[in-house]
Design a binder for this molecule. Structure first.
Ligand code: ADP
Ligand code: MG
Length: 562
């Protein structure tokens, strides 16, 4: 058997450690939040596995977390009786970063301490945050179900390597001992640590216990207590009623479930009754994660059944265009042994999912109407993803369309809603005009806009990658057709007056000989050459046939190698 082996951290871990220690210095206490969050996840995992194998509880079904301080040894210990880790798991989970988006994260680092701190926060620091305050971390763990002799001790000074060895560990779960760096004695102060734990972890659903404070006897003598007491409320946050939860608690819970560091933008919390009974607590993050476009990403919404964590899933519980939403759904009706396969087919899940989508759209509508600054943040981070919903979610297409924001010929920023556009339409205008292009500058300088500029008609500037796809699915809004200014013989409808018609006729007459020559010269390269009175500054422009691909889409396909 292998007694002790010394292994090197994955390169990314070394980088992360370096960065963290240097940039999170002013926010050291978050290590407690991260380690308690992991202990709570470990309890969730045990409860889940124990549904099928109750023997995993080993006659110890009272899941809890204990934080102890040792002033003499200068250590902080966080212990749990959750799922624990095997040797192989310890090596994998505490020696590498398996997260999706890891590459993107390292690529986006700038070297600027302040910016990188933000990025790390967004990426999530997790277990490695222990090294912000400790110069040595010892983890002893045993996975539930393994014999006591298959415990593991993981040890590291947070430099380049760690060692693992076999130990006897009668109690299941994980114990993490932090040997504090010089100068970190603050974290040996019972009162201070209690207040940090309370602040960060009150929402954790199992008790977090600490030693009872000393009391004083009749003669003023100190009575040292050996008893522990819970310092948190120890009930799942989403089960409490709204008026018992303050914003800070909602925010901390978000950081725990989303493994995010930054505050959420908004949330929805409701108990839903009806065909399905469930509680949802769903959050809109304030920043896009690194893996927003990673199809492999599995994290998203945590599904609980009657307070028991079942699984975390990105697809069954939220449609793809709302994949940025984080939080929990706790069902009263689903069976505890619900599997991924059952979920796939379940009409009950469809009902829950549809209800949750409505809640999320409701939150976004509320932000867009009442908190425009927050909505602008949302739009900047997730607007492009929300646009996918126009094609993906037929039932909610109208609601999604109202949430879209665009740059236009009269707004540089993406702030104009379709309703705003319609409200400003010119007399006689009955269509919503748009132009697609690779960049806002290209859109703005297009000769197709000349006639619109002349008539003072606003045009939507669509320059995001997803826009072509979006307009293919969004053909009208409020009874008005969306029309590309670059397609076919542009019909200006009621915007055209007698003078325009006369000008068009005149242009056609005058251009007849030139057109004949151009047709001859261009031959098969064009479908048609037409005269127009719409250009005011440019001599000519290319247009696409009414139902043809747009030039922009053609370029996109070409660049994708199609
Ligand atoms: P995350 O929590 O986002 O997965 P962390 O860095 O916090 O990332 O933890 C890495 C992994 O280490 C966890 O996913 C888990 O598998 C394992 N782990 C950490 N702490 C514990 C613990 N107390 N009990 C069991 N496993 C743990
Ligand atoms: Mg974690």
């Amino acid at each position: 058997s292998i007694a002790t082996e010394t292994l090197g951290f994955q390169t990314e871990v070394k980088q992360l450690l370096q960065l963290m220690i240097h940039s999170l210095y002013s926010n050291k206490e978050i290590f407690l939040r991260e380690l308690i969050s992991n202990a709570s996840d470990a309890a969730d995992k045990l409860r889940f596995e124990a549904i099928a194998k109750p023997e995993l509880y080993e006659n110890d079904g009272e899941l809890k977390i204990r934080v102890t301080l040792d002033k003499d040894a200068r250590t902080v210990t966080i212990a749990d009786n959750g799922i624990g880790m095997s040797r192989a798991e310890a090596i994998e989970h505490l020696g590498t970063i398996a997260k999706s988006g890891t590459r993107a994260f390292f690529d986006s680092l700038t070297g600027d301490a302040k910016q990188d701190t933000n990025l790390i926060g967004q990426f999530g620091v997790g277990f490695y945050s222990a090294f912000i305050v400790a110069d040595k971390v010892v983890v002893e763990s045993r996975r539930a179900g393994l014999p006591a002799s298959e415990g593991v001790r993981w040890e590291s000074e947070g430099q380049g390597e760690f060692s693992v060895s076999a130990i006897d560990k009668p109690g299941r779960g994980t114990e993490i001992v932090l040997h504090l760096k010089a100068g970190e004695d603050d974290f040996l102060d019972e009162w201070r640590v209690k207040s940090i734990v309370r602040k960060y972890s009150d929402h954790i659903s199992i008790p977090i216990e600490m030693k009872k404070g000393n009391s004083y006897g009749e003669n003023g003598e100190v009575i040292v207590s050996d008893e522990f007491e819970a310092v948190n409320q120890a009930s799942a946050l989403w089960t409490r009623s709204k008026n018992e939860i303050d914003d800070e608690q909602y925010k901390e819970f978000y950081k725990h479930v989303a493994h995010d560091f930054t505050e959420p933008l908004a949330w929805s919390h409701a108990r839903v009754e009806g065909r399905q009974e469930y509680t949802e607590l769903l959050y809109i993050p304030s920043r896009a994660p690194f893996d927003l476009y990673d199809r492999e990403r599995k994290q998203g919404i945590k599904l609980y059944v009657r307070r028991v964590f079942i699984m975390e899933d990105a697809e069954k519980l939220m449609p793809h265009y709302l994949r940025f939403v984080r939080g929990v759904i706790d069902s009263n009706d689903l069976p505890l042994n619900v599997s991924r396969e059952i979920l796939q087919e379940s009409r009950d899940i469809d009902t829950i999912r549809a209800g949750c989508v409505k809640k999320v759209l409701g939150v976004l509508e509320d932000l867009s109407a009442n908190q425009t600054e927050k909505y602008a943040t949302f739009w900047k981070e997730f607007g492009q993803v929300l646009k996918e919903g126009v094609g993906e979610d037929f039932a909610n297409k109208e609601r999604i369309a109202k949430l879209l924001r665009f740059a236009t010929t009269s707004s540089d920023e993406q702030t104009v809603s379709l309703a705003d556009y319609v409200a400003r339409m010119k007399e006689g205008q009955d269509k919503i005009y748009y132009i697609t292009a690779d960049t806002p500058a290209a859109a703005r300088h297009s000769p197709h806009l000349e006639v619109f500029r002349k008539k003072g008609v606003e045009v939507l500037l669509l320059t995001d990658r997803v826009d072509e796809w979006m307009v293919a699915h969004l053909t009208e809004f409020d009874g008005k057709a969306l029309v590309s200014v670059a397609k076919g013989a542009l019909d200006l409808g009621g915007l055209e007056d007698e003078a325009d018609k006369a000008a068009q006729q005149q242009a056609e007459e005058a251009a007849r000989p030139v057109i004949a020559k151009l047709k001859e010269a261009l031959g098969d390269k064009v479908a048609e050459v037409r005269a127009t009175a719409r250009l005011t500054d440019s001599p000519a422009c290319l247009v696409n046939p009414e139902h043809g691909m747009s030039a922009h889409l053609e370029r996109l396909l070409k660049s994708a190698g199609q």
